[in-house]
Design a protein around this ligand. Structure first.
Ligand code: ADP
Length: 327
């Protein structure tokens, strides 16, 4: 079936408007240039004193052009603003569907386990397994709800990060150990490389959210049992942590958008994986609050992804003290 073009689409209206204005401008300039000499000569012959001086006419033309350009620019900005709003609304609608699914599916799973425990005679071993699964589901629910609350607090500038100077290596180890436990990883599935000496300012609870989100993504968007590598790199004034996976990768175009709120890659190569599109947005905001930067690198589909976080470091605890004394 042939697709009909919708002529009332805002983009088409906008293009028509631009063409109309630019044509008018062209016509105006053409008219001015071709008629200026004749009008001037006739005017001079009929009423020599009344015709405007060439300077005034030129000024009127330039001022008119300036106004037109100003109006065009105004239209352009309004258009960009509206398109952004439309995109946000579209993303928001899919977010609601994804978010509801993220809440419903662990709840349904918990309900199923509880009903089985209530109605059947389940062995001690199975009971333990069910409880583990239910704890996993509650953890998943907690993460989704915490993300929403944190984002809302950050956006309203109400989130207070409890930044404290901590030794880098031991904090990173402890954050990774928590992740290992949560995602049931061992030394083969979570490979840690590199060491860093020094101290950083960190809110451990918030940084746990960052590590959990990045590791969750690295596992979610990779085939089962593919190892994830964490690499620590030390530089003079800062250190970096890389989360390297060997998963489905991210196309260059999508890499520009993945830190936007609600954004999820939707492409034919993308398997049906649960998510809300909030994780990386929250990660970026938390990293920013730690005076850090986050970047993404992927050579393309099925070539894995690397997220790199870099934070300022101090060699000794005293450096923090002398800095706070200066303030
Ligand atoms: P989601 O809840 O959808 O995972 P995120 O904000 O964490 O939301 O990620 C946004 C999108 O970025 C994801 O939907 C996914 O398409 C892509 N993405 C994030 N991490 C990875 C990764 N490690 N490998 C491939 N794609 C990823």
């Amino acid at each position: 079936m042939k697709r009909r073009i919708n002529f009332i689409h805002p983009l088409l209206i906008f293009i028509f408007m631009q063409v109309a204005w630019i044509s008018l401008l062209g016509l105006w300039i053409y008219w001015y240039v071709s008629n200026y000499i004749i009008i001037n000569q006739v005017g001079q012959r009929l009423v020599p004193t009344v015709t405007a001086s060439p300077r005034t006419q030129l000024f009127a033309l330039i001022f008119g052009l300036f106004l037109l350009v100003f109006i065009l620019a105004g239209f352009y900005f309004i258009f960009i603003y509206l398109t952004r709003q439309i995109n946000i609304n579209r993303l928001y609608e899919t977010f609601i569907a994804n978010f509801t699914h993220e809440l419903k599916s662990p709840l349904a799973s918990i309900q199923l386990y509880l009903e089985t425990l209530q109605r059947r005679n389940v062995s001690k071993e199975k009971q333990r397994e069910f409880v583990d699964q239910m704890l996993n589901d509650t953890q998943r629910l907690k993460q989704v709800i915490d993300s929403i609350l944190d984002i809302s607090q950050i956006e309203q500038k109400k989130k207070i990060f409890d930044l404290k100077p901590q030794p880098i290596q031991s904090t990173v180890n402890s954050l990774l150990n928590n992740c290992k436990e949560r995602f049931k990883l061992d030394q083969e599935t979570l490979i840690v490389k590199g060491k860093v000496k020094g101290y950083w300012l960190v809110d451990q609870a918030a940084m746990q959210m960052v590590f959990s989100n990045l590791l969750d993504n690295a596992l979610k968007y990779s085939p089962d049992h593919t190892p994830v590598t964490i690499r620590l790199l030390q530089e003079k004034q800062r250190f970096c942590i890389e989360f390297i996976d060997q998963g489905i990768g991210i196309e260059k175009e999508a890499q520009k958008h993945i830190f936007q709120k609600f954004y999820r890659v939707s492409a034919p190569y993308m398997p049906d994986i649960r998510g809300t599109g909030l994780g990386l947005y929250l990660v970026k905001e938390i990293v920013k609050a730690h005076f850090g930067q986050i970047t993404v690198k992927s050579e393309g589909i099925n070539k894995g992804t690397t997220f790199r976080l870099c934070f300022p470091l101090k060699r000794t605890l005293k450096e923090f003290k002398s800095e706070t004394e200066k303030l």
